[in-house]
Ligand binder design. Structure first.
Ligand SMILES: Nc1ncnc2c1ncn2[C@@H]1O[C@H](COP(=O)(O)OP(=O)(O)OP(=O)(O)O)[C@@H](O)[C@H]1O
Length: 225
């Protein structure tokens, strides 16, 4: 795979189940080292960074994981505050579990995803779509330059899905970038500038969203429009 994503780009990654979308995002955020070749993220190679330098790069890259990576027994406020762990000392992070820090910012992020009223609820009492929005609120608090999102709207109704995509595209509008694995062709075309299609780990489609139709993407998946 040879893929470059530039500043201000909103890229939808599409492809059948198992095509390699999650792997691409995991390589981009440094969670999975490439088995061959190299990757450069915000001008740096995560594979050679260690300690504080790696921590600084990770603070600039925000990920909405496919399986969300939330801590179910913790309250929503703590999961959202996890977005700031990269910029907090260990002592502040520990104290925040006792007395939540920066509550106004947490409430602001939850407000934007329509969940401010659940701030003190246990996360594992939320629905799948609500948990997905907690993961988005965590990313908003992190305020990264590069957003990597793995099917971030898969459990959301169409209105919330559009809202979440708009929020995730915020950094791209400030010369950051968005790379989002999306299964919904309409969502991909409405919220992204570019569509990259994967098949068996290879890029087999790379086109401006404006040049594609929902029918084109449905055909890419081998389904009738
Ligand atoms: N931890 C792993 N170890 C070995 N192989 C893996 C691992 N994770 C994924 N794979 C393999 O890599 C390929 C791509 O998987 P990946 O999860 O990136 O696909 P995907 O496009 O995100 O699929 P989906 O839409 O189902 O989430 C698959 O063949 C999968 O079996």
């Amino acid at each position: 795979m040879d893929l470059t994503v530039g500043p201000a780009e909103r890229v939808a990654v599409v492809g059948a189940s198992g095509a390699g979308k999650s792997t691409l995002l995991a390589v981009a955020n440094g969670a999975v080292p490439p088995s061959s070749g190299s990757v450069e993220v915000l001008g740096q190679d995560p594979a050679v960074l260690r300690g504080p330098a790696l921590r600084r790069l990770r603070a600039r890259v925000g990920t909405v994981h496919q399986h969300l990576e939330l801590v179910g027994p913790l309250r929503v406020v703590h999961n959202v505050n996890a977005g700031r762990l990269g910029s907090w000392s260990a002592a502040r992070a520990a104290w925040s579990l006792v007395r939540p820090q920066g509550l106004p910012e947490v409430l602001g992020a939850l407000e934007r995803v329509g969940l401010a009223d659940r701030v003190f609820d246990r996360t594992d009492t939320l629905s799948g779509g609500q948990r997905q929005r907690v993961a988005v609120a965590r990313l908003l608090l992190q305020d990264p330059e590069l957003v990597l999102a793995d099917e971030p709207a898969s459990a959301l109704d169409p209105v919330l899905a559009g809202r979440v995509l708009e929020l995730l595209a915020g950094p791209a509008s400030r010369d950051g970038a968005l790379l989002a694995a999306l299964h919904d062709p309409a969502l991909a075309l409405r919220h992204c500038d570019r569509v990259v299609g994967l098949s068996a780990g290879r890029v087999v489609l790379d086109a401006p969203a404006a040049a594609l139709t929902v029918a084109d993407l449905a055909a890419f998946y081998g389904a009738p429009a």
